[in-house]
Design a protein around this ligand. Structure first.
Ligand code: ZN
Length: 275
């Protein structure tokens, strides 16, 4: 069992602004994961990526990447679909160089029916996986993120189903516990989530964790990230992970990034698990 914790993006307390400064800060904080945010643009070039990968290896930090937000594999405009594929491929290419284990992808907005969205995505992911093979990218995994917003693909069940049908070791679900909590409007059953994942036989689970906001007017939880507290709760997740001896990376997408990674770490400490 190995548990990796770290922030989504460079730590707020990082002394410099480079990715390498960020990796060093993560290490000083005694955390062991870092997700690089390519959400606005793919900011690493190949040469610097190589250096980033070496430094991460030296410091024992597990890297992942969040792919650009501007991706919609089900857009009606074919040019947008093509550009989305290119962004995923480019992210995967850098991911392979830095030795990232997975990239988180917001894959698509729903089309008029869920079935059509599913078939469309399946086709596109198969094509992307072919391109990965042609480009010799054989390690980094594409993580289809579980989304919290209702108009975006996909729920946990949909993403698991898609991964199952494609059945490729480089296509995995990318969990987001806050998003799952929003989808279920304030409920989460960690046992059930890991039971569902079992069929995929993953040797490592990638995930995001953050608090989510409650809208008093609509009486609904919304996908606005807040600090980690009770919605969703972290302790029962930690207990379930330890009970099952899972290998997992949990990236903090809380607004206070590494401070909440440290909070998760202290909860694991209390449960007698050392990173
Ligand atoms: Zn995301």
């Amino acid at each position: 069992m190995e548990i990796f914790l770290g922030p989504a993006g460079l730590p707020l307390s990082s002394k410099g602004t480079s990715t390498i400064d960020g990796i060093k800060r993560v290490s000083e904080l005694k955390l062991n994961a870092l997700e690089l945010e390519f959400v606005q643009n793919i900011y690493l070039n190949e040469k610097y990526a190589k250096e980033v990968g070496d430094v991460a290896k030296e410091f024992g930090i597990r890297l992942s990447i969040h792919a650009p937000y501007y991706i919609n594999l089900c857009a009606r405009d074919k040019r947008i679909v093509e550009a989305s594929k290119q962004r995923i491929l480019k992210t995967a290419q850098i991911g392979e160089i830095i030795n990232a284990d997975a990239i988180a992808i917001h894959s698509a907005y729903y089309l008029e029916s869920r079935e059509k969205t599913f078939e469309n995505l399946k086709q596109n992911f198969l094509e992307i996986l072919d391109k990965l093979r042609e480009s010799g990218i054989s390690n980094v995994r594409l993580g289809i993120e579980i989304m919290g917003k209702e108009n975006m693909f996909g729920s946990l069940d949909e993403v698991i189903q898609l991964c199952k049908e494609i059945n490729h070791k480089q296509l995995v679900p990318y969990l987001d516990f806050g998003h799952i909590y929003v989808r279920n409007n304030g409920k989460i059953n960690y046992r059930e989530i890991f039971d569902k994942l079992k069929s995929l036989k993953l040797n490592h689970i990638n995930s995001h964790f953050e608090g989510v906001k409650y809208n008093l007017k609509t009486k609904k939880f919304v996908d606005i990230h807040t600090t980690i507290d009770k919605h969703p709760p972290f302790r029962p997740l930690a207990q379930e992970i330890l009970k099952r001896k899972l290998n997992i990376t949990i990236i903090s997408e809380s607004p206070i990034l590494e401070i909440d990674s440290l909070k998760m770490k202290s909860i694991l400490d209390e449960l007698r698990h050392q990173l």
